[in-house]
Design a protein around this ligand. Structure first.
Ligand code: SF4
Length: 364
């Protein structure tokens, strides 16, 4: 395979010391000034996130970047679907960059457009009911576009309930992509019985279901999950409560249903941060989400005890691929006028994905 000048240059960053990398990133950032905005997701590692102009979840970051019109370059220290979301929401003059193109998301990859199109056709064959698709923001632009084309909306972990309620007011059933846990946790909190939420397995004929359960279901959940959040188990909750009397358990809704049932609190990354931040000194929290965010909460609140629900710690290894080396390489290329690793969603996909995002934003 041909090697570009930029790719060759990336290899030269491997040997740099942490100090050199920090200095060079700082210099490149200063040279780019207002033309650059660096976004850092909550799950990003410390050595990278310390350079972020904004830290947050994927939607908040994309919106902030789009509002910074003077920033020509949006460098997203997150994963691929997040950079796509930023590209969908960006203004005309902005360019979105993902420092390592291998930073994907296993959950987003679990729903491919072809699989969803097949499922849609099969569902329509089995039931005349109006189905409204909903996709979690943790999905590819192609899936967001599919949802936009079919009258559905995007949701986040903060507004999933509102969007699901909206979808069920529009139609008789919802198809929830691509995270079965967020879908089930949300549906259950709305009062939908578990037996009225069926799981569609894209690797089996008719999703591994019979026609009747599909006809009686209110919510069809796509069989996808976050491999990090799914690692938290009910026995971890039992153990931490035995080991640390009085500790409160807080779980992200990408965790399994049985874990969320046992938790004291369930909510998005922003909700978790708010709960810990607003809790009184001396509070104790066992947090079921990505380890970098848990450790950062612990560092920022030394008067509270904040630990991971699972001793092993759950790390988003794909997000971890964004290294200081990649960030430095990206920024120094920009200083020299070269854009590397641009994320550009194809025009028609962008239009329909934007429609699904706008529909979400319009739902109050
Ligand atoms: S934590 Fe899970 S859902 Fe989030 S980016 Fe990583 S793999 Fe994807």
């Amino acid at each position: 395979m041909a090697t570009t000048i930029s790719e060759t240059a990336l290899e030269n960053y491997v040997e740099l010391s942490d100090r050199e990398l920090d200095d060079r990133i700082t210099r490149a950032k200063a040279a780019l000034g207002n033309r650059l905005v660096i976004l850092g997701h909550h799950y990003q590692r410390d050595e990278v996130v310390k350079f972020a102009d904004y830290r947050g979840d994927s939607l908040k970051l994309s919106q902030l970047a789009a509002s910074r019109k003077e920033a020509e370059y949006i460098v997203f220290c997150g994963v691929h679907f997040m950079a796509e979301a930023a590209d969908i929401l960006r203004s005309e003059r902005q360019t979105v960059i993902l420092p390592d193109l291998n930073a994907g998301c296993s959950m987003a990859d679990m729903a491919e457009l072809e699989q969803v199109e097949v499922a849609w056709e099969e569902l329509r064959r089995v039931t005349p009911a109006k189905i409204v698709p909903i996709t979690y923001i943790n999905s590819t632009a192609a899936i967001k576009a599919f949802v936009g084309r079919h009258g559905g909306a995007v949701c986040t972990s903060s507004n999933a309930r509102k969007i699901m309620e909206w979808a069920l007011a529009q139609g008789e059933k919802g198809l929830f992509l691509p995270d079965e846990h967020l879908g089930r946790n949300t549906g259950y909190r709305m009062g939908i019985p578990l037996e009225q939420m069926v799981v569609w397995d894209p690797h089996q004929d008719l999703g591994g279901l019979n026609a009747e359960p599909i006809r009686s279901a209110r919510m069809i959940l796509w069989k996808g999950h976050c491999s990090i959040h799914q690692r938290f188990l009910p026995q971890h909750v039992d153990k931490v409560r035995r080991d640390v009397p009085g500790i409160r358990v807080i779980a992200h809704p990408e965790c399994r249903w049985d874990v969320c049932q046992l938790a004291d609190e369930v909510g998005s990354t922003e909700f978790i941060i708010k709960c810990v931040t607003e809790s009184p000194p001396g509070s104790q929290w066992a947090v079921a989400t990505e380890i970098h965010m848990v450790n950062r909460l612990a560092q920022e609140h030394p008067d509270r005890r904040v630990i991971s629900l699972d001793d092993c710690g759950c790390l988003c290894s794909t997000m971890y691929r964004i290294s200081p080396q990649h960030l430095c390489w990206t920024l120094e290329n920009l200083v020299e006028g070269r854009v590397v690793n641009r994320i550009q969603v194809e025009r028609e996909t962008r239009v329909w994905a934007r429609a699904a995002l706008d529909r979400m934003l319009a739902i109050h």
